[in-house]
Design a protein around this ligand. Sequence first.
Ligand code: URA
Length: 432
Amino acid sequence: MSAGHDAVRIIEAKRDGRELDDDEIDWIVDGFTRGVVAPEQMSALAMAIYFRGMTDPEITRWTSAMVGSGTRMDLSGLTRGGAVVPTVDKHSTGGVGDAITLVLTPLLATWDVAVPQLSGRGLGHTGGTLDKLESIPGWRADLDASEMRTVLARTGAVICSAGPDLAPADRALYALRDVTGTVPSIPMIAASIMSKKIAEGTGALVLDVKYGSGAFRPDPADARELARVMVAIGAASGVRTSALVTANHTPLGRAVGNALEVAECLEILAGGGPPDMVDLTCALAAEALSAVGIDDADPRDRLADGRAMDSFRAMISAQGGDPEAPLPRAAHVEQLRAAVSGPIQWNALRVGRASWLSGAGRTRPGEDVDPGAGVVLRRVEGDHVRAGDVVATVHANAEERLPGALAELAAAFGAGSDRGPAGAVAERLRSW
Ligand code: URA
């Protein structure tokens, strides 16, 4: 690390719109990680970046400085059945009803690849993969690095939480961004996501970058720019990266909520399930496989013939879960009836909020979630209904949560033209 920098000069430089050089970026990220740069200084810099942005070279350097703040795993020699296999992972920028990871990870592992999926928990209206899987009795998210490698080598698939050594600068910076109104900065979102994926050691990556009301950045142009920047970081970091920009104006699938989404994934793994989720899962699988040089794959076959289900069961059992155990169910279920007739629309953000209000989500990190709570849509975007038809159900264990969740769900529902399914792919960008 170079001497001679000081945080105030770097904040002023970005405030005034100057491009930071490699040395300044390395210095400030390292200083923040070691506690030499104060949180209020890093917050000010985050706000300056929010308004001034960063060039692609700055974003790439920022990302590698965050990777360098912790340990970078090396999965390059990972073997399955005695042969070295390529690694490929997936990330979604987060949407409502998005449980694709639960199906995609074991589906990909039916090929000779390994899928190291480090996931997070939900906060606010989008759910977290780990919360969903924790509704399976016995399943454990917290594996150490050696357990993670063992599960990967045995089953080709692992979904677990990230350890404290994985890009610690990102963890600390995200906490500051969260309380300073600086989360929705495209350079910082891109660097945050990519630093964790690069640090986990994956060789290839497929990104599902969402737009629409359920997404982080509702505007499709913003989603496209986020996808472009992440693909550029992948290219500069030696990770073969593909991004699909996909719709989340209406929820993906029919279920929103932890065990409810797991149940829906089991339907897909049994060869059925909602067509929008199946289509997006297969599109992402084809991209992921292409990134590791497998171009003639037909993911649908492996959902239909049970291979993906076998892979899911192996992955769940390897992490202590019982794939045969009944999933938790909520004690109370209420119906929502249509207030209008006609073709219908659902607002993804409001459906996500209704699920959160039913108890499926958390307000603060560390809170418990209700595994059985959530929403099931009986009729989806574009369906024709008559006033009085049942269009959705709300599920909750805490009965007092039902009125608020139902009111939000009623506000999510409306008549209108069909805007097309969730998961429709608007654009594809590749680093190769
Ligand atoms: N997800 C992340 O990991 N980081 C962000 O900044 C936003 C979403």
